[in-house]
Design a protein around this ligand. Sequence first.
Ligand SMILES: [Zn+2]
Length: 68
Amino acid sequence: MTTPPRKAKADPCPICRKPSQAAFAPFCSTRCADIDLGRWLSDRYVIPAEDDEADPPPGGGRQGGSDH
Ligand SMILES: [Zn+2]
């Protein structure tokens, strides 16, 4: 096997494309991590409203009480 002499280049920050830091991997800073988290939350909040009350979603052990 031939191992490349160069170090494994980490993927850049998916938010700003800057070199990611190990402390904030895969992001470059906590700010970008927060931005990505915000996108995640906003994406999760977008739930398609279906007119189907006959099958309620399982909301038993959901810990969704995080309020900013
Ligand atoms: Zn970044």
